[in-house]
Design a protein around this ligand. Structure first.
Ligand SMILES: [Zn+2]
Length: 301
């Protein structure tokens, strides 16, 4: 729990209240930093990864350890997305407040239902996780649920401001639901379209939009595309007439481009998270951008 005692500084002017220290938030991925910014704009925010980095694999750098050490609340996707680096960060940060199970550690996948959960992982299945697909920021309804969970945790770690966090969440959620209705109306022409992907990064988005995935450039989840696997996809992609071959900004475009040259299906690189340097600074701007790109592709057919 945080204390917000007002300290006094004895200077010539007397006893002055020092400004209340801002809450320090650590997000594993930029989308959670952006979501938290909507709900706690005055908090100090840091994201361990950015849009051009694969969130499955990053290095537990000393600067990240220092930032996690100072955090009042850490927000991560969970479902083992960060299994390769977060445990090391938590251990080295030595901040008991952000250990698993503490109010200061929020895994979104533990409070929002994931898709593709498995009872057991078949041998040789690749990099699949029984906890389901962790890329749940790309479903706007789940993102709203994540907003509710973030707001509750903010209130838990900073109880003095609980009423404010609740009020801000209610305002944000109302505006979000209005946007959701607008997006759904705009996205209607995309329903029933087909797509080729590289990894399950956008699976929540495809489900929400009613777009069918007909092929994955990865031979098995998490295994990079191989020439042999790509060759087997050519006929399938040609006959399936998909809207595009999609890869995320953090993936190399080579495999998608190779398949595009062979099949004539265009490549579409999409951001899987916010990217303030490209004008995508909020979760709403991310969905606006994704819909713009997909609809542009649809109109160009
Ligand atoms: Zn993944």
């Amino acid at each position: 729990m945080r204390t917000r005692s007002k300290l006094c500084a004895w200077v010539l002017l007397g006893c002055l209240p020092l400004p209340v220290q801002a809450l320090s938030l650590f997000a594993c991925e930029p989308e959670w930093a952006a979501l938290a910014r909507e709900l706690a704009p005055e908090a100090r925010m840091t994201s361990a990864t950015h849009a051009y980095q694969d969130p499955h694999y990053i290095e537990a750098r000393p600067s990240l350890i220092a930032r996690l050490r100072r955090a009042d609340l850490a927000i991560c996707s969970g479902a083992a997305l960060e299994a390769g680096w977060l445990p090391a960060l938590q251990q080295r940060a030595a901040n008991p407040g952000v250990h698993n199970g503490q109010p200061g550690m929020l895994f979104i996948a533990s409070v929002v239902e994931t898709i593709d959960q498995l009872d057991e992982v078949p041998f040789g299945a690749g990099d699949v996780h029984p906890e389901g697909n962790p890329h749940l920021q790309l479903d706007p309804e789940r993102l709203r649920q994540a907003g509710a969970a973030v707001s509750q945790r903010l209130a838990q770690v900073d109880p003095d401001q609980a009423a404010e966090y609740r009020a801000r969440y209610l305002r944000w959620s109302l505006a979000w639901q209005q946007r959701l209705a607008d997006w759904q109306a705009r996205a209607e022409p995309l329903r029933g379209q087909r797509i080729v992907v590289q990894h399950s990064t956008f699976d929540y988005l495809w489900r929400w939009l009613g777009i069918e995935v007909i092929a994955d450039l990865e031979p098995r989840p998490g295994v990079p595309p191989t020439p042999g696997h790509l060759n087997t996809l050519v006929g399938q992609v040609e006959s399936g007439k998909p809207l595009a071959i999609v890869h995320s900004w953090y993936q190399a475009p080579d495999s998608a481009q190779w398949l595009a040259r062979r099949t004539g299906v265009p490549v579409l690189a999409l951001p899987s998270t916010i990217a303030p340097d490209r004008g995508i600074g909020t979760p709403a701007q991310l969905f606006d951008h994704l819909l713009d790109q997909l609809l542009e592709q649809q109109n160009a057919r």
